[in-house]
Design a protein around this ligand. Structure first.
Ligand SMILES: [Zn+2]
Length: 386
């Protein structure tokens, strides 16, 4: 059965200018048509003429079972608690308009079980792309969430292990990070050889690989090796960004988590101090990334569902509102290899829609004023009367 929708303003995720008063027809979970005139036989329709319609949002970096705060303490929690909390988080995430999410590593591969539960219709949640467990060196950033691998063959085996368990992407921790004690964001945790091996093995097995990396020589090796994305990149230099743009390596910007960690009472002092330091420099990096034309996508990294703050950071660094919305939709879909399925409102695409009250082309926080969320043509969330 098909469903007809009268749109107020439609922002399709690709065109600069929005469309007004168009009709969408949805059938079998897909967008069947977009037309200027009322479709024949559409006596019954969903009247969204007061609202703005956007493609479903895409969060390119979250950990659905992890919250801002003390990551080490969370890793010691019972697995059952983390799983239940993750199941609750995926609901709030989709209710915030995120219909697709790349999970950038999770304790004990809980993301794979959550993906299974969502796909089986047991719990509401976004379409998940999973990385399984992230891979770090012994004692490297995030070691408490496993897998520690050293040397070429351990790294190859670790990647093979994640692929065996069904990971869609590989996630590797290449530099130190803010949430691990005694960690240096500009020091490479892996040798150049190990980095090249990791990229080679992931690509050899047909998987993309993303690297947690902030700055320093580890980033140079990642760029040279042809990694698919650099996550965070707080200390990236202009020349590193220039090289990333040349090779089409994405930057996954994670901005909002910095303030979330600073504000969270359970955050350890070293983590809060690291975030205060980063908060002073991150805009400069984003400005350079935009100047260099690096392809940018966004991720909440534990600040679940809070997409507007990510886009605001890009807008303050030089993006137009429309470019920021593309980073959240069509550009993110391209990054994930889903550009023929989602990220845009187009004929034949999945009916992943977010309906909001307000104009995100003038106020980006309007994307938080959610009225309805649809994934694969199913209404997941609605908060206005019929
Ligand atoms: Zn992360």
């Amino acid at each position: 059965m098909s469903q007809n929708i009268l749109c107020g303003t439609l922002i399709d995720g690709e065109n600069e200018e929005p469309f007004k008063g168009v009709w969408l027809t949805i059938s079998d979970g897909l967008i069947k048509s977009i037309s200027d005139s009322k479709p024949v036989g559409s006596e019954e329709f969903l009247d969204l003429s007061r609202f703005t319609i956007l493609p479903g949002f895409i969060d390119c970096h979250d950990h659905v079972c992890l919250d801002p705060g003390d990551e080490f303490a969370q890793a010691q929690e019972p697995l059952g608690w983390l799983a239940v909390r993750g199941a609750a988080r995926v609901r709030t995430i989709i209710e915030a308009g995120v219909t697709t999410l790349r999970n950038a590593g999770e304790h004990e591969r809980l993301d794979l079980s959550l993906k299974r539960a969502i796909e089986a219709g047991m719990i509401p949640g976004p379409r998940l792309l999973t990385a399984g467990i992230w891979i770090c060196r012994t004692g490297g950033h995030g070691w408490y969430d496993e897998i520690e691998a050293d040397g070429p063959w351990e790294i190859r085996k670790a990647i093979r292990e994640e692929v065996k368990h069904g990971a869609d992407w590989i996630k590797i921790m290449v530099t130190g990070g803010i949430s691990t004690p005694n960690s240096d964001a500009n020091m490479s945790d892996f040798t150049r050889e190990e980095i090249f091996v990791a990229v080679d093995e992931a690509h050899r097995l047909g998987k993309k690989i993303s690297a947690h990396a902030h700055g320093g020589p580890g980033v140079d090796s990642l760029i040279e090796a042809g990694v698919d994305s650099i996550e965070h990149g707080f200390y990236l230099t202009q020349s590193q960004l220039h090289e990333m743009a040349k090779k089409g390596i994405y930057l996954c910007s994670t901005y909002g988590i910095i303030a979330a960690i600073i504000d969270e009472p359970s955050s350890p002092d070293f983590s809060r101090e690291g975030c205060i330091k980063v908060a002073k420099i991150i805009h400069q990096m984003l400005i350079k990334a935009i100047q260099e034309n690096v392809p940018i996508v966004v991720g909440t990294d534990g600040n679940h569902g809070k997409m507007a703050v990510e886009l605001e950071a890009l807008i303050k660094s030089g993006y137009s509102h429309s470019q920021a919305i593309k980073a959240l939709t069509s550009q993110a879909a391209r990054f994930l290899g889903l550009e023929s399925q989602t990220g845009s409102i187009k004929k034949g695409f999945k009916a992943d829609l977010v309906i909001i009250d307000g104009d995100p082309l003038s106020d980006i926080y309007a994307i938080e004023n959610i009225k309805l969320v649809m994934k694969d043509g199913n209404i997941i969330f609605r908060n206005f009367p019929i």
